[in-house]
Design a protein around this ligand. Structure first.
Ligand SMILES: *[C@@H]1O[C@H](CO)[C@@H](O)[C@H](O)[C@H]1NC(C)=O
Ligand SMILES: *[C@@H]1O[C@H](CO)[C@@H](O)[C@H](O)[C@H]1NC(C)=O
Ligand SMILES: *[C@@H]1O[C@H](CO)[C@@H](O)[C@H](O)[C@H]1NC(C)=O
Ligand SMILES: *[C@@H]1O[C@H](CO)[C@@H](O)[C@H](O)[C@H]1NC(C)=O
Length: 402
């Protein structure tokens, strides 16, 4: 009994199945259950980068219908409960604004009443990585070395770089031949002043970075100046003085060399890596006009000429208070330096019988006094002056006989 019931049921199922198959061949759209629920797939993936080309595919598994007779429509949820119909199922260069919920609908061509919708798929669009432009310096001088570094946030490899310089019309000129991540100027010129930006691109995804922010590089001109430094506060230079001539170039002096010239002399006086030239003991032959040149590679700046005046050493004059004196007289010897000098000390000498000048080492005043002369004070005296803070001497006074 149990077995016969089961047999009957199996027979019924078999009859129904065959009837279905007959109708399948006779009339295509007469059946409502032929369309299966479609599936939306997103390629290359549901999470993509800005700029990727994204393709949406919708597939209904309907075996009984020829795919050509099916119409697919793609939708995007604009806001919850509002939708837009996409014109294309391919999005070229996807943007952030394209992110959202997508789904598709399939319908049979002959019978639009029969339609099926897919599940919704979230499409996420990652922002392109950011490019950052870092200059080694933004305020430089002609001839300086400048490096611009372009970097992409995140750990990406295999990028090439685009470099732009903004022109006067605010158009960004692309340095098409240059694709490295570092742009170097070995020696900037004034025309390198300007606004730079960079970005990066790659053959695979993500395809491009965002542009870096614009960076302004200002290139300043330079001038050279020759400055003369003497040890004396009044700026006067005497024979024997030390004189320094400093060639100064504006801006960063790294990598510059200096040349010193005398205008009357065609030949270069001296070349140096340091900017200061020192004449340790000026002589009258050093008199003249000097100028200098600051040099870096083929670039150079010349100073204006500066005069160097070397004065003869001041004269010391020895004056006795009385030309003829007698034993017991009070006598004063005055030593004086021509010109207005201060802070000098004095040297006193007395010539001995062998014509050697004996130096009174302990006495440095400008007046040498005898309260009461004796016979042995008779003799030849001379004086000179010197300054403690410089190796400078006055000329010796002429010898005075007392
Ligand atoms: C299929 O059947 C429907 C009615 O069920 C009819 O309207 C339609 O014309 C038929 N199509 C064909 C191709 O016979
Ligand atoms: C039913 O129709 C589909 C296509 O519409 C066809 O591939 C299939 O062979 C048909 N079934 C039978 C049993 O004829
Ligand atoms: C980056 O800047 C260049 C030059 O202005 C421009 O042509 C390009 O469209 C910009 N790229 C992006 C992703 O904004
Ligand atoms: C001045 O005279 C002294 C003593 O003769 C001598 O040693 C010195 O060199 C002289 N100085 C100058 C500047 O001639």
């Amino acid at each position: 009994m149990q077995t016969s019931k089961l047999y009957l049921l199996l027979c019924l199922v078999a009859v129904m199945t065959s009837a279905q198959n007959e109708r399948n061949t006779s009339n295509v759209s007469s059946k409502k259950t032929e369309l299966t629920k479609p599936k939306l797939t997103v390629s290359p993936s549901e999470t993509v980068w800005e700029g990727d080309d994204v393709t949406l595919s919708c597939k209904s598994e309907s075996k009984q219908l020829e795919q050509t007779k099916l119409i697919y429509t793609f939708y995007r949820e604009k806001e919850p409960r509002s939708q837009i119909i996409l014109q294309e199922n391919k999005i070229l260069s996807i943007q952030q604004s394209h992110a959202g919920m997508y789904w598709c609908m399939v319908e049979a061509k002959e019978r639009t009443a029969e339609r099926k919708e897919s599940d919704k798929v979230q499409v996420t669009v990652n922002e392109s990585p950011m490019a950052t432009l870092t200059p080694s310096n933004t305020y430089v001088y002609i001839g300086d070395r400048v490096k611009l570094d372009c970097k992409i946030d995140g750990s990406f490899t295999g990028w090439k770089y685009r470099w732009y310089k903004r022109d006067k019309k605010a158009r960004d000129e692309h340095f098409e031949k240059f694709t490295e991540n570092t742009y170097k100027f070995e020696a900037v010129t004034e025309s390198d002043s300007g606004v730079y930006l960079c970005s990066a691109y790659k053959a695979d995804s993500p395809h491009f970075s965002k542009n870096s922010s614009a960076v302004t590089v200002t290139v300043e001109g330079r001038t050279a100046k020759l400055e003369m430094k003497a040890e004396r506060t009044d700026g006067k230079i005497f024979e024997g003085d030390q004189v320094s001539l400093q060639c100064q170039v504006t801006g960063n002096p790294v990598g510059w060399t200096y040349e010193l010239y005398k205008t009357t002399d065609k030949n270069q006086y001296e070349t140096k890596a340091e900017s200061t030239f020192t004449i340790s003991s000026a002589s009258l032959s050093h008199r003249g006009e000097y100028w200098c040149k600051a040099v870096k590679g083929t670039l150079y700046f010349s100073s204006s000429p500066v005069p160097l005046q070397v004065s003869e050493s001041p004269m010391a004059t020895l004056t006795p208070s009385n030309p003829y004196v007698y034993i017991g007289d009070k006598v004063k010897l005055d030593c004086k330096i021509d010109g207005s000098f201060t802070g000098w000390k004095y040297r006193w000498y007395k010539r001995d019988k062998k014509a050697r000048d004996e130096h009174f080492e302990k006495f440095t005043e400008n007046t040498y006094k005898f309260e009461a002369v004796t016979r042995s004070d008779s003799g030849v005296y001379l004086c000179s002056a010197y300054k403690a803070d410089s190796p400078h001497f006055s000329k010796n006074s002429s010898a005075v006989t007392v």
